[in-house]
Design a protein around this ligand. Structure first.
Ligand SMILES: Cc1cc2nc3c(=O)[nH]c(=O)nc-3n(C[C@H](O)[C@H](O)[C@H](O)COP(=O)(O)O)c2cc1C
Length: 194
């Protein structure tokens, strides 16, 4: 039986990032459920701030093209984001913006945000767990980029106190939500296996 390939990335490249920690916990959950999971850090995909003049003169950064190809090799993508001033961080928006440019696409022009399923989750040291970042990210993915995003999500509040020594979630309710997101993502991603 073939297992769906799922890419996991966090919207923070910070060492010790809580969204990266949640991404790691969700990666583990999906690997145990027999998905073929790849977790990356955006630190390995550096891009300048989007600038139309730069795009005209130098084209789309190689990192954006690489990410597009990586997305295209997946049946599912999970994005775990922090919250910056009630939104998701500029790092993530900049990455998505560059990836959306025609110069980042393959020759066939396959949209890396379509023909696969997306899930989003968030971690924040605040009490709302990044719910506002998720509310901002969903329309960007769905309306801006044409992605299909599952409704389940984790919004992990007080992320600085939310993890146990093994990197799992201390709170049973959050752990249950994490299971719901990862299971649904794997189920939906399986439909895209050809
Ligand atoms: C510029 C900035 C703005 C922030 N704004 C919010 C916010 O609006 N809501 C929130 O819950 N946390 C906010 N935070 C706290 C971050 O969510 C918290 O530091 C989180 O751990 C950062 O993500 P990371 O650990 O994955 O790097 C903000 C942090 C920064 C640096």
């Amino acid at each position: 039986m073939r297992h769906p390939r799922i890419l996991v990335l966090a919207g923070s490249a910070r060492a010790g990032s809580f969204s990266a920690k949640l991404a790691a916990a969700m990666t583990k959950e999906m690997a145990l459920a027999d998905a073929e999971v790849t977790r990356i850090t955006l630190a390995d995909y550096p891009m300048p701030i989007y600038d139309g003049d730069l795009e005209r003169d130098k084209g789309v950064p190689e990192a954006a093209k690489k990410l597009v190809r990586l997305f295209q090799a997946q049946q599912g993508v999970l994005i775990v984001t922090p919250e910056h001033n009630a939104c998701f961080p500029a790092l993530l928006k900049n990455t998505l913006d560059w990836m959306s440019r025609p110069g980042a696409q393959d020759r066939a022009g396959n949209n890396p945000f379509q023909n696969r399923i997306f899930a989003v989750s968030a971690a924040s040291t605040g009490q709302l767990g990044g719910t506002r970042a998720l509310a901002a990210l969903r329309p960007v993915l769905e309306l801006g980029l044409g992605a299909l995003v599952i409704p389940e999500q984790v919004a992990l509040a007080r992320a600085d106190k939310a993890f146990n020594a093994a990197g799992g979630l201390c709170d049973m309710q959050s752990a249950g939500l994490m299971r719901a997101v990862t299971r649904r993502l794997i189920d939906e991603a399986s439909r895209y296996l050809s």
